[in-house]
Design a protein around this ligand. Structure first.
Ligand SMILES: *Cc1c(COP(=O)(O)O)cnc(C)c1O
Length: 374
């Protein structure tokens, strides 16, 4: 028998079985399983409060939230975005018949480098789709200025930013719309799920119809929608998890604090920054490894952790503009900072119940790998 458990990069938050069973009892009474039932409406209300946004529309997952928001704005042409993200961001653009134009990232917070956006704007540009990477908020004020000047839509991929605030405002209150993911691996989950937040009521109305095949009423279908509704069991999971999310974020901050304490000062490691005015959700703990300084590479650390049954992830490697499915269309060398970071970054395990002595064990493996290479 092993004396330690396998550790993965994350572990899904769940309520107790009793709490969930209590929450789904109504569903067994009502037989309302989906189609914007009472649990859906209740979670929607609660999330609008929690996220501090005027409106939130719930969807089956974060990806469909993004895809349908792009559809709802009826965009045509080019969308300026980041290649340093999950597949979903770029795929949502391409699946809408739009062309992604990749902008490089800031080396410190890994969000769009706002000084490089304007050079990419031309008369085909219709929108900017930035990502709040690892929960680091984008420079929303500068993006707003640029978008305003050029008449562009701004849709934020806020999949990593659940529960965060910037200057006291909810992370989902910037731009024309923001999308959140409630996937099992995220800070807050509905098993699978997501939402769109916006102050634009007509957008919300379109999304409500689009997620249900574009059906306006029994005899009127006004748009070529799809099926992206959140079901009642997922919404019930969300209602339960939302009760615990503040405590979860608090526990994540202890894990994050321990990593910072143990790894601070290690030469060649760039640790997460804290942004001024941002209340963080501690969703990820990314470390970039400069092989010249650290005495080892990102992959050395990844492999050493794996050998100790600790499974970190190389988020985000490869860049989306280097994906096989886009071969020959985009060149990752056009975004050199993103390319370097993708080759050097490793996201370490972080979840509310990760014991601090395990964090110590993870740090020991990292520091040992670094000193072995000197
Ligand atoms: C998780 C994630 C998504 C997609 O969300 P799903 O709910 O898994 O569909 C989109 N963008 C980013 C940056 C993500 O991390």
């Amino acid at each position: 028998m092993k004396d330690t458990e396998s550790i993965y990069v994350t572990r899904s938050s769940m309520p107790s079985l009793e709490e969930y069973v209590e929450e789904i009892r109504d569903i067994f009474d009502s037989h309302k399983l989906t189609n914007m039932g009472p649990k859906h409406r209740e979670l929607q209300k609660q999330l609008e409060g929690y996220l501090n946004v005027p409106h939130a529309e719930l969807l089956v997952n974060g990806h469909m939230a993004l895809e349908m928001t792009l559809q709802a704005f009826d965009l045509k042409g080019e969308v300026i975005t980041t290649p340093f993200t999950f597949a979903s961001t770029t795929h949502a653009i391409v699946r809408n018949g739009l062309t992604p134009v990749f902008c490089d990232i800031d080396p410190k917070d890994h969000t769009l480098d706002v000084t490089k956006i304007e050079a990419l704007i031309n008369d085909r540009t219709c929108a900017i789709l930035p990502v709040h990477v690892y929960g680091n908020m984008c420079n929303v004020y500068e993006i707003e200025r640029i978008a305003g000047k050029h008449g562009l839509r701004v849709i934020y991929d806020a999949a990593h930013a659940f529960g965060e605030t910037l200057d006291g405002k909810g992370a989902g209150s910037f731009g024309d719309a923001s999308i959140f993911s409630f996937h099992a691996t995220k800070v807050f989950n509905t098993i699978e799920g997501g939402c769109v937040t916006s102050s634009d009521e007509s957008l919300m109305k379109r999304l409500y119809e689009l997620k249900n095949f574009g059906i306006k009423n029994a005899e009127t279908v006004t748009a070529v929608g799809a099926n992206a509704k959140m079901n009642e069991f997922a919404a019930a999971m969300g209602i339960c998890n939302l009760r615990h999310v503040d405590g979860d974020i608090e526990k994540r901050s202890l894990v994050s604090g321990r990593y910072l304490e143990r790894l601070d000062g290690a030469k060649g490691l760039q640790l997460p920054i804290s942004q001024s005015g941002v209340k963080s959700n501690h969703s990820y703990f990314p470390v970039t490894v400069d092989p010249e300084e650290a005495g080892c590479t990102r992959d050395d650390i990844f492999d050493a952790l794996a050998a100790s049954d600790i499974h970190a992830r190389k988020y985000f490697y490869p860049l989306t503009n280097a994906f096989d499915c886009f071969r020959g269309q985009y060149d990752p060398n056009d975004t050199p900072v993103a390319k370097r970071v993708s080759e050097q970054v490793i996201t370490l395990p972080i979840y509310p119940d990760l014991p601090l002595n395990e964090v110590d064990r993870i740090c020991d493996v990292i520091l040992k790998t670094m000193s072995a290479g000197r």
